[in-house]
Design a protein around this ligand. Structure first.
Ligand code: GDP
Length: 332
């Protein structure tokens, strides 16, 4: 890192893009030296967290549903209203292949050119856990730089939605008009974690259909979520292309936040911090396990024994853990 921590901090606090960008690169890095730098940076930022926490919103939906069009529309509205908008992405495909479905700046060309918006593509930090770690820290950097609305975009692949839901205040699910059997295509899990649902592309010939679909979806949601919960996720329609209903979606997001209340929000974030802490611990242990000389020493032997049928998986696991314990002097 060419700059000192103080220079970086000063730049972030002044909301300068270059330093915000550098800081995010730092928290995305997997190198041990950078991790230490990131820890110092985040420690310093934690000391002057903004009095009003930024609105953190997760936005999910299948490719083609209109996420980037929606974010362009919403982002423009918010910046026109005087907000500063950060957009991050959690893209599992960037982990696997290095390519990405999301986060490509050219997808949101208007917002990318907006001085009050900051768009960052998904990091490709090896694992979904690694991406999540980087994204949570990037949110902190953006908040410290005065971005009061942070949108985290993700696609409905694997665990990514759940991962994002765990790092935001409100989770928004974008979908298309589906009725009857097609509703089955929506993962039940997503209905369980969504706080607000919007049926996008409610324009032209599809407007009526979208309204009908929203009603059906609201019914399905009641079945999935039951009456026990105190927040009934609203299902609304919008057209990101024509920019209608987008503000209504945002009002629902704010209503959800209002519903949480200051204490509820603080408690939710504290819980998330706790989960995040343990995720970091698991991540770190996994890393150490991989790097352990003792574990490396037995790895091939255990693999050979497994392949020849000499060892079963539980016994093989015991042997690996024994090697680890031996190295760390664990008492039994
Ligand atoms: P993403 O993959 O979820 O980010 O989807 P995009 O935002 O790239 O949108 C996919 C396609 O749907 C593009 O051709 C958009 O122009 C179109 N689209 C997005 N929102 C709307 C909408 O509200 N109405 C209509 N008619 N088309 C839309």
């Amino acid at each position: 890192m060419a700059q000192s921590l103080d220079q970086l901090l000063e730049g972030i606090r002044a909301g300068r893009r270059a330093q915000v960008s550098q800081a995010i690169t730092l928290v995305e890095s997997t190198s041990v030296r950078h991790r230490e730098g990131a820890r110092d940076l985040l420690g310093a930022l934690a000391e002057d967290a903004p009095a009003t926490p930024a609105v953190r919103v997760g936005i999910s939906g299948v490719p083609g549903v209109g996420k980037s069009t929606f974010i362009e529309a919403l982002g423009s509205q918010l910046t026109e209203a005087g907000h500063r908008v950060g957009v991050l992405a959690v893209d599992p495909s960037s982990v696997r292949t290095g390519g990405s479905v999301l986060g490509d700046k050219t997808r949101m060309s208007q917002l990318a050119a907006n001085p009050d918006a900051f768009i960052r593509p998904s990091p490709s930090a090896g694992t979904l856990g690694g991406v999540a770690r980087a994204t949570v820290q990037a949110m902190t950097v953006l908040e410290a730089a005065g971005y009061d609305a942070v949108l985290v975009e993700t696609v409905g692949v694997g665990q990514s939605e759940v991962t994002v839901a765990k790092m935001v205040d409100t989770f928004l699910f974008l979908t298309l008009a589906r009725t009857g059997d097609q509703l089955q295509g929506i993962k039940k899990g997503i209905l369980e974690i969504a706080d607000v649902i919007a049926v996008n592309k409610a324009d032209g010939d599809r407007e009526r259909e979208a309204r009908g679909a929203a009603r059906e979806l609201a019914g399905a949601l009641r079945l999935v979520r039951g009456q026990a919960e105190d927040w009934a996720p609203p299902v609304v329609t919008c057209s990101s292309l024509h920019r209608t209903g987008v503000d209504d979606v945002w009002q629902r997001v704010l209503a959800h936040r209002e519903h949480l209340g200051a204490d509820g929000l603080a408690a939710k974030r504290a819980d998330q911090q706790n989960d995040f802490t343990w995720a970091l611990v698991r991540d770190e242990l996994d890393q150490r396990l991989r790097e352990s000389a003792a574990v490396r020493a037995v790895r091939e032997e255990v693999r050979a024994a497994l392949l020849s049928g000499e060892l079963t998986a539980p016994l093989a696991a015991d042997r690996i853990l024994a090697a680890w314990d031996g190295e760390h002097g664990a008492a039994d």
